[in-house]
Design a protein around this ligand. Structure first.
Ligand code: PLP
Length: 397
């Protein structure tokens, strides 16, 4: 009798969960059954999707715009709006008919990009701490993530020198998440220039995740590396609606890149997904073409929350430089002489405040100093969180 084969599944799928997420599960276990927990763990905007965007979706449904979107790369009006935005805001030009693809979020965009560019064994340089799904996208595509450590003495900005040291004959791409998750760092023009030179010198792709492009603070500016001289041809840039417009559940984002590359990427996307949700595309069109005041209002709120939480935590010995971008604080808790997991568990259990250990996002030992808090909670709740945390840290001092 042949062995029953239904009990074994694909190993790559069985292994899909980051072993690092075990530490998040450990922390979350501490809040099981507790009520009134202040959740500073999730990276999910607490704002509702703005009303005019929701209205556009309702209208799309009422008008029966509920079938496949053809061509599969996205609504022509949306691709034109994207090209306009990329030219205005990101500083480079793309042809809406050949160089834009609408995807189910940045996550899918990065997945399909990796499937389109990697051969087995190709290496992709990724900053650590890192966004796990992107490393997984590399692995599922047969590639190998190679990590470059983000260090506090550079405000967690990727170090071009270190990136270059990691380049081998197998390197295919450098992946940049900018502004960064989970550290909140923002690359400067000089950093990006240096990365552009490295990519050019070694003939590499640069793949970007610019999902937090609108969430920058202190008047800082986000730059897109594709706008640097000679970089458009070798850059695959991804952008999203999830964070800027509080549209995480709508699953919509986009990729832009040079025509030859996009020809393949569009085909991969069409074969694997067919097209992005029709209703979400109408909503995204309204998001891009309507007033941008809602984006600025949310940005201002995150900035004000950042100031409040960073100042409050620093006073308690939970140390951070207020980050220039995204909506996370990556804080140093080493003075309490506990591992990051132990510290996060203590906060969860005794303060009912949830933050995630740095080790959840990193392979490096130094990550055990850090805990990530997200800013997706009202100021009132953040004040309360600070008060509760202070009673825990007072016991430790
Ligand atoms: N990229 C980063 C860095 C993220 O933090 C997230 C979500 O938290 C995503 C991508 C997911 O983006 P999307 O909702 O557009 O798929």
């Amino acid at each position: 009798m042949t062995a029953d084969r239904i009990s074994s599944l694909a190993k790559r799928a069985e292994d899909i969960k980051s072993p690092k997420f075990g530490v998040i599960a450990e922390v979350r276990k501490c809040i099981e059954g507790l009520t009134d927990v202040i959740n500073l763990g999730y990276g999910e905007p607490d704002f509702p999707t703005p009303m005019h965007i929701r209205e556009a979706a309702k209208k799309a449904i009422d008008e029966g715009f509920t079938h496949y979107v053809l061509p599969p790369e996205g609504l022509p009006e949306l691709r034109s709006a994207i090209a306009g935005k990329v030219s205005r805001k990101n500083g480079f030009d793309v042809d809406p008919s050949t160089e834009v693809l609408v995807t189910a979020g940045v996550q899918e965009a990065i997945n399909h990009t990796m499937l389109s560019i990697l051969e087995p064994g190709d290496e992709v340089i990724i900053a650590d701490p890192y966004y796990y799904s992107h490393a997984l996208a590399v692995i599922f595509s047969g590639g190998i993530p190679i990590y470059t450590e983000l260090k506090e003495n550079r405000d967690f900005r990727a170090d071009p020198e270190d990136i270059e040291k990691k380049v081998t004959s197998k390197t295919k791409a450098i992946l940049l998440i900018d502004p960064n998750c989970p550290t909140g760092s923002l690359l400067t023009m000089e950093d990006l220039n240096a990365v552009a030179q490295i990519a050019t010198r070694h003939g590499l792709f640069v793949v970007t995740d610019e999902i937090y492009e609108d969430l920058v603070y202190d008047g800082a500016k986000h730059y897109s590396i594709a706008s640097f001289p000679g970089m458009k041809e070798r850059t695959i840039s991804t952008f999203g609606f999830s964070k800027s417009y509080a549209m995480t559940g709508w699953r919509v984002g986009y990729v832009v890149g040079s025509k030859d590359l996009m020809r393949v990427l569009k085909e991969v996307h069409a074969q694997l997904t067919i097209c992005t949700n029709s209703i979400s595309q109408k909503a995204a069109l309204t998001a891009l073409t309507g007033s941008q005041e809602c984006v600025e209002e949310m940005r201002r709120s995150y900035e004000s929350r950042r100031n409040l939480l960073a100042a409050g935590l620093n006073k308690l010995g939970i140390v951070c430089n207020p980050p220039k971008g995204s909506f996370y604080l990556y804080t140093d808790v080493s003075r309490f002489n506990l591992s990051s997991t132990e510290f996060a568990k203590l906060l969860a259990r005794d303060a009912k405040v949830l933050g995630y250990p740095g080790t959840a996002y990193s392979l490096s030992k130094s990550s055990d100093r850090y805990v990530r808090f997200s800013l997706t909670t009202s100021e009132e709740k953040l004040k309360e969180a600070l008060e509760r945390i202070s009673s825990v840290t007072a016991e430790l001092s």
